[in-house]
Every structure is written in C-alpha cells, then in structure tokens.
Write a protein that binds this ligand. Structure first.
Ligand SMILES: Nc1nc2c(c(=O)[nH]1)N[C@H]1C(S)=C(S)[C@@H](COP(=O)(O)OP(=O)(O)OC[C@H]3O[C@@H](n4cnc5c(N)ncnc54)[C@H](O)[C@@H]3O)O[C@H]1N2
Ligand code: MOO
Length: 424
C-alpha cells in the first residue's frame, strides 16, 4: 500500500465555524478531534537511509527483496547427512566441510556426511543435521549415538519470510525490530513520510526565554519548549518561532511565516481577555476557522482552522492545558499527517479509581493522576491529584496518566472503574 496524498476536504472548512452557536458554545472533545483529523493532509514522503529510519513512519509497504533464509541452512554445528542413514551406531564418512558463507557444493550420498556449522547452506542430498555432541569422530569417520529425523535442525529456505512478502506495512512508526527486519530483507533506503515541520508560536508580553533576564512578573516559556519536545518525540520537526508579543503587529509578523510550515501551533492568547489576540490576528491573515472553544478541562479555548493549506491549532496558554491538548489533538494530527492510522477517539485503557472523584460539569475532564500497576495482573489503580490547576507543571510532570471524566459524570467512589490515557 502506498500512502496517497490525502485530498483535503476543503468543503469542511468554512470562513466561519461550522457551529454558528455563538462564542459561548463549546464543541465536544470527540467531535473536535474528528474534525481536526479529517482535515489533515499527508505531508509527503522522502527516502531515508536505514541508519536514520528508526522512529520514522514508513510511507509504502516494504516487500522483502529476498527470502530469509535465502537457502536451507543448518541451525547447529555438526554434520549434514541423509536421515535414512542415521541409526544409532551408524558410521558415516565425512566427505567435505561447509563453513557459513562457503557451501560445500557436494551432494551427500548414502553413507556420507558433510561437516557443517550454524548458518551453513545444507548440501544437496542431506536432509538432517546431527549435532557434533552426538557423534564420535575419528579421522574422516563419525559414529552416531542418536538418530537424525528428516528436517532436524534445518532452517528451510524462506522460513522467516519469502521474497515479496510485505515485511512492514505503510503507516508504521519504525522501531529497532522493524529496522532489523528491513535490513534482513535487503533494504538500505526506506520510503518514509517527511517529518512534518511544525511551527510552535508562543505568545504573550510576559513570556520570556529561559536564561534571559526576566521581569518580576515574567513567565518562562515552558509551554513552547514542552510542546516542541513532545512533537519532536512524536516524529515531527518542531520549529520554535520567536515569541509573539500581545499586539497585532507582532502577531502578524510571526504569522507571516506560518504558511511555510506543515502545521502551525500557537500557544496562549486564545481566550477572551482584551489581550488574547491570537484569534483576531489569525483572522487578519486569512484563517479559515473551523471551531473555537471545546468542552474540555484543561483546554477550553482550543482553536482549529487552516491558513491556506496549513492546519492551525491554537492551544491555550496554561502550560498543562497546552500539553493535554497536544496529547489529545496535536500529536494525533501529526501522526495522521505522517500517514499513521489514528483512531477518531483517543485510545484509553480501563483503570480503577484509587480515590473518589466529584461529579463533573459540562466539560470533559482529563485529570492528572498517578498510576499503580496491580501485581496480581488486574486493572491498574489511578489516583488523581487533589490539585488540578492547569498551570501546575510540577504535578503534570509527576503524572503517569490522564483520567477521563465525561461531561456530567456522576461522583464516583474509590474502587470504581474509569478510563485513562497512559502518559509516556
Ligand atoms: N473570563 C474567562 N477567562 C478565562 C477563560 C474563560 O473562559 N473566560 N478561560 C480560561 C482558560 S480555561 C484558559 S486555559 C486560559 C487560556 O487563556 P489563553 O489561551 O488566552 O492564555 P494566556 O492568557 O495567554 O495565558 C494563560 C496563562 O498561561 C501562561 N502562559 C501562556 N503562554 C505560556 C508559555 N508559552 N509558557 C508558560 N506559560 C504560559 C500565562 O502567563 C498565563 O498565566 O484562559 C482562562 N481565562
Ligand atoms: O483550559 Mo483551562 O486550562 O481549563 O484553565
């Protein structure tokens, strides 16, 4: 299968949100995610050397260029013989030797054998391997103490895979084992999806680069570093843009380069304050807005749209909200852009609540939680942190899971089941 450049359904993107319900309307999380994913174009492919392909996404099915093993080979050090000759006590004549990589070229006749090693090609006529521990050798004779069964210790040609077999499917993010398999199949260059170039644009007058002099009320740019690291980890090439200030001129200057990116992610300035200007600045440069505001905590002022062909996701400025929205929306969008299969619903796991939770309001909650595996193999137990403020990075960093709570979920006691997303 070759990944086709996905036709973008531009019809879905209109100059105005598809939900003309006013600025108080919040789209549900599942619909927001599905709408982001349905408008993601494939980022294109390139050829990558095998040595640099780990972590990249395969863009075409990879057929084996030859069988593995390419010929029948021995799985042990010993003697290749005819099984019919190998009764215990039988004496065979050693007529040759076949080190791995040096086939003997002989045909084993009745009463004969060939000295053989692990990985050596099986000589014609032989159909069994007698391991060397089960023979006594004197000169060019061996005396057998064990019989040999046909096929014993022989790896048949193509036992692992045949020529033309698909080794790795398009859309798979390659791990070390896939690299080994591709190498075994004779590939040294792989067709991979390009790493999507994602512009990460933090905004705000208070936002300062770590290391720079900082005002008393200044805030270090944690969110852009965190989101960029997370996107790099997911296979993208995050490009951290200079921080835009809270004025339309600065935002317009930063957004001028956005169309050269495969995706633009803004951070902050997404809410309703006087200086939350990201949406209006994006409007100025021609954003086709799909939606703004979702029923999610953290993450309410999330924005999605398109600048020309470049998908734009506007993340809330609170760093925890920016990260959780990256888990639920941005990384899946990057994965879809690289041709990976992404489910419209976030992949969750069942877990047991280790502490009680309150009833929920209209926003779907993603509670930061610690996780404890059950040594008996039952469901893991999750404990949401008491403090769920979306500015608390320390708690986010200690979290191992996000516990999902649907809108209007009733209060739940400790010991009841819930669903969670495991954090890596
Ligand atoms: N009246 C209302 N106020 C707010 C609402 C609302 O619905 N009505 N929503 C709240 C929610 S929810 C969120 S989330 C925030 C998001 O606001 P913005 O996206 O406009 O973000 P900012 O105001 O720019 O920043 C919020 C907060 O995060 C800090 N920040 C911003 N960028 C970064 C960064 N790159 N690294 C670290 N920290 C960052 C910023 O200093 C603020 O403290 O709005 C609520 N308000
Ligand atoms: O998205 Mo906000 O972080 O709920 O505060």
């Amino acid at each position: 299968m070759r990944i086709q450049k996905k036709k973008v359904k531009l019809s879905c993107i209109k100059a105005a949100p598809r939900t003309p319900k006013g600025d108080h309307f919040m789209l549900d999380v599942a619909t927001a995610r599905a709408r982001i994913l349905e408008n993601i174009p494939f980022c294109g492919q390139e050829t990558t050397p095998l040595t640099q392909a780990c972590g990249r996404v395969l863009a075409q099915d990879l057929p084996a260029r030859r069988a593995n093993p390419p010929v029948g080979v021995s799985a042990m050090d010993g003697y290749a013989a005819r099984a019919a000759d190998t009764n215990p006590g039988a004496v065979l004549r050693v007529v040759g030797e076949a080190p791995a990589g040096h086939p003997s070229g002989q045909t084993v006749q009745t009463g004969e054998c060939v000295r053989i090693f692990t990985g050596s090609q099986i000589p014609d006529g032989a159909d069994t391997i007698i391991i060397q521990e089960n023979v006594v050798r004197e000169g060019d004779r061996i005396t057998l103490s064990q019989p040999g069964k046909p096929g014993q210790f022989i790896r048949a040609r193509g036992q692992d895979f045949d020529r033309g077999d698909v080794l790795v499917r398009a859309g798979r993010r390659l791990g070390a084992r896939d690299i080994g398999l591709a190498a075994a199949g004779g590939h040294v260059w792989l067709p991979t999806a390009r790493r999507p170039r994602v512009g990460v644009l933090a905004t705000g007058d208070e936002i300062t680069l770590p290391g720079d002099p900082i005002a008393e009320d200044g805030v270090f740019n944690s969110a852009a570093f965190m989101v960029s690291a997370f996107l790099d980890q997911a296979g993208a090439e995050a490009i951290m843009l200079p921080v835009a200030r809270d004025n339309t001129a600065s935002l317009a200057q930063s957004l001028a380069h956005a169309r050269q990116m495969d995706m633009l992610v803004t951070i902050g300035g997404a809410s309703v304050g006087t200086y939350d200007l990201v949406r209006s600045a994006l409007d100025e440069v021609g954003l086709a807005l799909d939606f703004w505001k979702i029923a999610m905590r953290p993450g309410k002022p999330l924005l999605s749209g398109r600048l020309g062909n470049t998908p734009v996701i506007g993340l809330p400025g609170n760093p925890v909200a920016a990260f959780v929205c990256s888990v639920v929306f941005v990384v899946p969008a990057i994965q879809a852009m690289m041709g990976m299969h992404v489910s419209p619903q976030p992949q969750t796991e069942a877990a047991i609540l280790a502490s009680a939770v309150r009833e929920n309001d209209e926003r779907q909650d993603f509670l930061r939680a610690t996780l404890c595996e059950d040594p008996q193999g039952g469901l893991p137990r999750v404990t949401p942190f008491a403090r769920q403020d979306s500015a608390q990075l320390n708690i986010l960093a200690q979290s191992q899971a996000l516990v999902l709570r649907p809108p209007h979920a009733p209060a739940q006691d400790a010991g009841t089941m819930c669903h969670m997303i495991r954090l890596g």
